[in-house]
Write a protein that binds this ligand. Sequence first.
Ligand SMILES: Nc1nc2c(c(=O)[nH]1)N[C@H]1C(S)=C(S)[C@@H](COP(=O)(O)OP(=O)(O)OC[C@H]3O[C@@H](n4cnc5c(=O)[nH]c(N)nc54)[C@H](O)[C@@H]3O)O[C@H]1N2
Ligand SMILES: Nc1nc2c(c(=O)[nH]1)N[C@H]1C(S)=C(S)[C@@H](COP(=O)(O)OP(=O)(O)OC[C@H]3O[C@@H](n4cnc5c(=O)[nH]c(N)nc54)[C@H](O)[C@@H]3O)O[C@H]1N2
Ligand code: SF4
Ligand SMILES: [Mo]
Length: 714
Amino acid sequence: MNPSSTNTYTHYRVCNFCEAMCGLEITHDKKQVLSIKGDEKDPFSKGSICPKGAIMGDMYNDPDRLRKPLKKTNKGFVEIEWEEAFDIVGNRLNSIRTQYGNDAVGLYFGNPTVHNYGALLYVADFKKAVRSKNNYSATSMDQLPHHFASQFMFGNGMIIPIPDINRTDYMIIIGANPSASNGSIMSAGGVQKRLRDIQQRGGKYIVIDPRITETAKSADEHLFIQPDTDVYFLLAMLHIIIQEKKTNLKHVEKYSAGFEEIQSIATAYTPENVSQITGIKADDIRKITEEYLNTEKAVLYGRMGVSTQSHGGLCNWLINLINIITGHFDKPGGAMFTNPAVPVVRNIKGRKPYGRWKSRVRNLPEFQGELPVAAMVEEMETEGKGQIKALVTHAGNPVLSSPNGHRLDTALDGLEFMVSIDIYLNETTKHADIILPPTTGLEVDHYDIIFNSFAVSNTAKFSEALFPAQYGQLHDWQIFKALTKRLSKKKLPWLYRVSTPKLLLKLALLNGPYGNLSSIKRLFTGLTLRKIKKSVHGVDLGPLVPMFPKLLRTKDQKIHLAPQPFLDQLEVLHTRFKEEKDKLLDNEFRLIGRRHLRSNNTWMHNVEKLVSGKNRCTVMINTIDAERLGLKNEEEVVVKSRVGEVKIPVEVTKNIMSGVVSIPHGFGHHKKGTKLKVAEAHAGVSVNDLSDHDRIDTLTGNAAFSGQVVQIIK
Ligand SMILES: Nc1nc2c(c(=O)[nH]1)N[C@H]1C(S)=C(S)[C@@H](COP(=O)(O)OP(=O)(O)OC[C@H]3O[C@@H](n4cnc5c(=O)[nH]c(N)nc54)[C@H](O)[C@@H]3O)O[C@H]1N2
Ligand SMILES: Nc1nc2c(c(=O)[nH]1)N[C@H]1C(S)=C(S)[C@@H](COP(=O)(O)OP(=O)(O)OC[C@H]3O[C@@H](n4cnc5c(=O)[nH]c(N)nc54)[C@H](O)[C@@H]3O)O[C@H]1N2
Ligand code: SF4
Ligand SMILES: [Mo]
C-alpha cells in the first residue's frame, strides 16, 4: 500500500474470481475503493482485466453480503456470535456422527474453495476430522475427467497438460470458450490477446463447438459439432494419425508404454464413419488433422464442453494421447506443464487412485476421496446405514449448480442439520441451520496455489488484504480451523494450532523448486515470501519448460498411453456407436450450456453493474429450427427434460447449430427465502432443473451436462 498522494493509495493484487489471475491496480482511500484497472506491470496478465475484476469494490460493499453468523429460528434467521455458532455446529455434527456414523455428515465444496488459498490450505484437515465418505465437490461436474486421465497416464491427477498458447502456431480449441471464460485449465490473463497473437505470428486457431461462440467469431475456422460426440471426432483424428503412420514418439520413446495397444483402437472410426454422428465432414476432419500434424508447434486443447459429457474421460485421454504421440507434448508450442513456486504434485506413488469405496445407492466409485456429485441427492434421500443426515457446504451453490438441482432443493429440507460457510444467503444456504460468513475478496490475503499450477507461464505474486475484516468477521481458514478443532477425534498437532496460511506458504516456497532448500546454490538466494511481496507486480519465473520425465509419478516412471480403464471404456463406446440412431422428435433438441463474461457461475448476479442490460438467460435456438416450430425472438417457451421443465424466453440466432439449444447455467434466483436483490428481469431460470442426474460419464462419474435431450414446447 504506497501512499500516492496525501490520502489516496495504490494497491496491487491478483483477482481471484476466475482462473485468469489478472493483476489489478486499485486506488483507494482508508475505507473505499476509488478505481480498479488492470496492472500493466503484472508480468503475467500485462494489464488485462474483465468487468468482474472491476467490481471487487462493489463486492466489498455489497450490503447483502453476510457479516455475522446466522442461526435459523421460527422467526427466520437471526445473527449470533461466532463462538456460539461454532459450538452449535460442533455439537450437532458430533451427535449426528455418534448416532449414525461419520458418513452421515455429507460435505460439499464449491468452486471458490480452490480460489481461496486460506480455505485450500485448511480444507484437507477439516475433511480428515470429519472422516466422511460422503465427500463431494464441483470437481465432478467440471474437470474430473482431466484429473482422471492424468492420474492414469502420468501417475498423478494434478499433472495436467496446459496448451502453450504463447508459442503455439496451431491451436485446436474443442469445447472451450476462453473469450467468455477467460481460459480454464489454461490460466492465461488477457487470453483474447494471446489468441490474436497466434494469428499475428502467422498461426491459426480452430474452434470446434456446437455454437459460434465469442471465441469462434475471431477464429480462423469454426466447425459445428453435435454435442456429446467429440469422442468420435478425436478417434477419427487418431485413426488418421495411425493409418498414415504419422506418429512421432521420439521425444518420449524412452519413457512411454502402451504404444502397441493403441494401434488398433481407432480402426473402426474412419472420418467417413464418424462424419454423420459428429456432423463434421470427413474432409474437414482430414484437413484439420493434416494441418495439426504438419505444424511443428501445434496443440489440441479441450475443456468444459468435452469434459462434461458422456465420454469426458475418454475425450481427455484421447486429447493427451494425440498430443503425445504426434510430438506436440512437453515441447514449446505444444501441451506443456508448469513449474510453479508452490508445487501441487506430491510424491505419492502407487496409491490406488480410485474405487476404494463406492456410493451406496448407485455404486459409483470414489476418485481421490470424492464421490460424484450427481449421486449426492440420492444419498440424502435413500434410507439406510450411511445415509446423509447432515450437510456442510463451503463456497458452493449446488441447488443451482448441480444436476437436478430442484430435487436437491427439496432433499435439503429433509436433513437433520445443515451448515453453510458462505458469503451470501442464497438458494442453497437458505436451507442451512447455521451460516458462517467469511471474509472475501479485498479482505483476504491471496496466493494462487492452484491456478499457478495450470498457468501458461510461471509467475508468483502475493496479494495482501487491502481492508481488514469488517464486523469481526473471520477468514475461511479460521472457520475451518475452529470446526476442525471441534470435530477432530485426535489432538491436533502443535504446528497446526499455531499455523497460518502465510506460514504454510512460506514453508511451501522454501521447499519449492525456486526455494532456498531446492539446491545448495539457492541456499541463501532462493525465492521467499519476502521477495515475492517486495515485487508488488509479481515475480516472473519464465516460460513453460520441458518437465518430463522428472514430473512423472507412475511407479515404473513411464507415461501410460493405454491405461486399462480407458481401453475397457472403449468397448462401451463401440456398443454405443453401433446402436446410436439419433432419432429425435420434431421438437426435441440437444441442450448445451454457456457462460458470459459478466457473470461467474451462480454467484455474481447480485452486483447490479454486472447484470444490467438485456436478460442473458435465454434459450438460444437456430433460425431454421425456430421457423419450423413457429417461434419468435423473446417468445416464452417451456423447455422440458426427463427430470423437469423451465419457462424461458427464446433467442433466435444463426450462431447455434441446428438441432441444438443453449441455456446458460448459474441463473434461477427466483427462489424465496434468500437475501439477494437480483431483479426479477435478471433472475432467470436454473438450467440444472433440467439436467438429469443419471447422465454421467460412466468412466469417471462426472456430470454429463452436454447433449441432454430436451423438448421445446410453444
Ligand atoms: N448445467 C451446468 N451446470 C454447471 C456448469 C455448467 O457449465 N452447466 N458448470 C459447472 C462448474 S464448471 C462449476 S465449477 C460448478 C460451480 O458450482 P458451485 O461451486 O456449487 O457454484 P458457485 O456458483 O461457484 O458457488 C459459489 C458459492 O461460493 C460463495 N462464495 C464466493 N466467494 C466465497 C468465499 O470467498 N468464501 C466462501 N466461503 N464462499 C464464497 C458464493 O456466495 C456461492 O454461494 O457449476 C457446475 N454446474
Ligand atoms: N465469465 C465467466 N468466466 C468463467 C466462469 C463463468 O461462469 N463466467 N466459470 C469459470 C469456471 S468454474 C470454469 S470451469 C471455466 C470453464 O471454461 P470453458 O471450458 O472455456 O467454459 P465454457 O465457456 O462453458 O465453454 C465450453 C464450450 O463448450 C461448448 N460445448 C458444449 N457442449 C459441447 C460438446 O458436446 N462438444 C463441444 N466440442 N463443445 C461443447 C459450449 O458451447 C462452450 O462454448 O470458466 C471459468 N470462467
Ligand atoms: S478475467 Fe478473471 S481474473 Fe481477470 S479480472 Fe476477470 S474475473 Fe478477474
Ligand atoms: Mo468450473
